[in-house]
Design a protein. Structure first.
Length: 367
């Protein structure tokens, strides 16, 4: 992208014009849209768009933070692996402080567990290669965006003969979650989805067609600059006013209808669609990736047995409702009182993309 184009996104006049058009189209009524991506949640606050649009558009945050939707059962299993004397758990840094049922990877490490933060799946694979007597488990967390890199590490481990590498797979598939939200949209009077740009680069715009066509919820894929997001809101509002339910692609400079073919092929070689547990949603059909039988030797759950107590949620934590857009973080009795970024009770306060963390940092007003 040229400097001229980048500067164009920062100009004030086009943004003001879009906000004025949104005001005119709203006709005095306030519509409710959901931004699904955690990055969008943060950028709406940082750019000032959330407050600028608050009289015309109510923005609720959805399950767009992969750290947040990872259930306690997965965290509990990772903690149990880290406490095995022959096992090292590797993870991206945003997972280490997420509370499980009774502990976190950070706490487990302080108690003697083996936990190491890595910056890529290849880091984890290299650690396994350098420590052949140690079982190295990588936490496979994330949506379709990160799934290809984890699939690549599994394929490489198989081809290169790294038998002590495995993945605790908890990758999620976004469209089923949106369908679940759309089918229960009356709970929050949902009138449109602002679809995640990063995920859409991989899966393509066609992936959202059933939501628009069968559920009657407009979808607009949007980039991350302020003008991207303002235009995405305007496009959603135009659909709502005109009574349309379509998939529109504001982020066409990065997203294609069919997505990224190479990334999808890599996912398909290593993973299969499975039912998956999401925080706030329970077990959803077809909402996750599981490791195919051909690569079962690299599936941590199939290879390494650990005892894990039934998972439980922290009393009073309302992350589940925040992730479904039923409440704002400020409606949770623990928010800012017991639950803070320094001492998080729920997952939504941990990640930089978590809704509670965004409200804590940028503003907790009831917009």
């Amino acid at each position: 992208m040229t400097d001229r184009v980048v500067e164009g996104f920062k100009e004030g006049a086009p943004g003001r014009a879009m906000i004025q058009r949104i005001k005119e189209l709203s006709g005095g009524r306030r519509v409710t849209f959901m931004e699904v991506c955690g990055t969008h949640t943060v950028e709406f606050f940082k750019s000032g768009l959330r407050s600028a649009l608050s009289d015309y558009v109510r923005l609720v945050s959805g399950p767009g933070c992969p750290v947040c939707v990872t259930p306690n059962s997965v965290i509990d299993r990772a903690v149990a692996y880290s406490l095995r004397p022959d096992t090292l758990v590797t993870t991206f840094g945003d997972m280490i402080r997420v509370p499980g049922s009774v502990s976190s990877l950070e706490k487990a490490k302080s108690e003697g567990g083996r936990v190491r933060i890595v910056y890529s799946t290849l880091d984890a694979l290299n650690i396994a290669r350098a420590n052949p007597k140690l079982n190295v488990v990588f936490m496979g967390i994330g949506f379709e965006t990160t799934s290809p890199t984890v699939a690549a590490s599994i394929e490489m481990a198989s081809k290169q003969g790294v038998p002590n590498y495995s993945v605790l797979c908890s990758h999620k598939v976004i469209p089923p979650a949106l369908e679940a939200l759309a089918s229960g949209g009356e709970e929050i009077d949902l009138q449109g989805f602002l679809c995640p740009g990063h995920v859409s680069v991989i899966i393509g715009s066609r992936a959202y067609a059933p939501i628009a066509e069968k559920r009657g919820i407009p979808c607009v894929i949007t980039g991350f600059e302020p003008l991207d997001m303002a235009q995405g809101i305007l496009m959603l509002l135009e659909q709502a006013v005109e009574g349309r339910s379509e998939v529109e692609n504001q982020y066409s400079r990065a997203v294609r209808a069919a997505g990224n073919g190479k990334a999808l092929a890599l996912i398909d070689r290593v993973f299969e669609i499975v039912d998956s547990e999401w925080r706030g949603f329970g077990i959803m059909p077809g909402a996750g990736f599981g490791i195919k039988e051909a690569y079962a030797d690299f599936d941590a759950e199939k290879r390494w047995s650990v005892e894990v107590e039934p998972s439980k949620e922290h009393p009073g934590c309302r992350c589940a409702e925040v992730l479904r857009g039923r409440i704002l973080p400020v409606d949770c009795p623990l928010f800012k009182k017991v639950c803070t970024p320094q001492s998080p009770v729920g997952a939504c306060m941990v990640s930089s993309e978590g809704t509670c963390a965004a409200y804590y940092k940028y503003g907790s007003e009831k917009l």
